[in-house]
Ligand binder design. Structure first.
Ligand SMILES: *Cc1c(COP(=O)(O)O)cnc(C)c1O
Length: 348
């Protein structure tokens, strides 16, 4: 067995726990009479379940949602099983057995899943109704099926397709979900995601399910004043280099120096979620100083112009621009992608 102490990585993700808790409280308040839950699928949108879930639970969150069965154990380290639902539901007997063994609730999305659950003995479950996104969920016209009548439904859910836009689809989905609520007895009803929370109290029902905005995402301007940045990636300079006029930088030599300049090689690449769409566009920061990226983003490195910060040395840390609305605009990636792309190599 190796007992060597692993040195800290040259990449780190600072998580602002105050901002995360504050974002949940803001979304809970904006949810009116409904409570806010939390979507923590995909490792809490890339930020790390082990850091995020305890903060949300401490802030008062009592309803958590993951997508995969493989994401259950990490959440159960911090919350009791009756507070966790699995959005993809069961598609095998093994999924059902795991749900029963752990005590978490499956979200049933189809008659196939309802039958699988009932055949195993079932128990409390959630039911997803499709109100127009045509992704997961039982169509409203299947709600009369006798299998549905046999379910013991804790939370009846549906999911908005276009809540981040002023689309007539929002009201159409609301009307269809309200129809489902009138047909199906359930302990609670849940409809709105982060953007949906801004659409008004009619959309809140009993429980909202924000994800993106917990982590600093701003899908609609209405949230801009209430939501703070949570994730701040940092990367270290691992080499300084002097360029002479005519020297090029990186793969395919897409940047050529016109003057003598000092550049820094930084430990951040597309394997860390900093995709090649940032090539030639972005800048890293040191305090208030902006350090433009030069040339292509490589797998493990980028090169920045250090002209504006001549005092920097190897081992110094730079901040990656991750104010999500601006970073999305600049990179062409969605705010969701920016978060979930963050790789495994950051210390969190
Ligand atoms: C991911 C997800 C959410 C959270 O959506 P955001 O837009 O991130 O707030 C809510 N409900 C369901 C069913 C989801 O899949």
């Amino acid at each position: 067995m190796r007992t060597d102490r692993l040195p800290p990585p040259s990449l780190r993700l600072d998580l602002d726990a105050e901002a995360l808790a504050g974002n949940w409280r803001a979304l809970d308040r904006l949810s009116g009479n409904a409570s806010a839950g939390a979507a923590v699928k995909a490792n809490a949108y890339g930020l790390g379940v082990e850091a995020v879930v305890p903060v949300l639970h401490e802030a008062g969150c009592r309803d958590f949602f993951v997508a995969h069965w493989g994401e259950v154990a990490g959440v159960l380290d911090h919350v009791p099983p009756q507070q966790l639902s699995v959005l993809h539901g069961p598609i095998t007997g093994e999924d059902v057995a795991y749900a029963l063994a752990t005590g978490v609730r499956p979200v049933l999305n189809s008659l196939f899943q309802a039958r699988l659950w009932l055949d195993s003995g079932g128990g409390p479950c959630d039911l997803m109704v499709d109100s127009g996104i045509n992704r997961l969920g039982l169509p409203v016209d299947a709600l009369g099926d006798p299998l549905v009548a046999r379910l013991e439904i804790d939370t009846l859910l549906s999911h908005l397709a276009s809540a981040d836009e002023d689309s007539p689809q929002n009201a159409r989905q609301l009307s269809r979900f309200s129809q489902a609520c009138a047909l199906i007895p359930a302990r609670r009803r849940s409809f709105a995601n982060s953007a949906g929370i801004t659409l008004g109290n009619d959309y809140a029902f009993d429980l909202t399910r924000p994800g993106l905005s917990l982590y600093g995402g701003i899908p609609r301007d209405e949230l801009a004043g209430s939501i703070r940045q949570v994730a701040r990636p940092h990367a270290a300079i691992i080499q300084l280099r002097q360029l002479s006029p005519g020297d090029s930088v990186g793969y395919n030599a897409v940047f050529t120096a016109e003057r003598a300049m000092t550049v820094g090689v930084v430990s951040l690449g597309y394997a860390d979620g900093f995709l090649r769409c940032w090539s030639g566009k972005g800048a890293l920061r040191h305090g208030d100083t902006s350090l433009p990226l030069l040339g292509r983003v490589s797998m493990d490195m980028v090169v920045v112009d250090l002209t504006a910060a001549p005092g920097l040395a190897e081992g110094d840390w730079l901040e990656v621009p991750y104010a999500l609305p601006e970073a999305a605009k600049k990179s062409g990636l969605s705010q969701y992608e920016l978060l979930t792309l963050l790789g495994q190599r950051y210390s969190r």
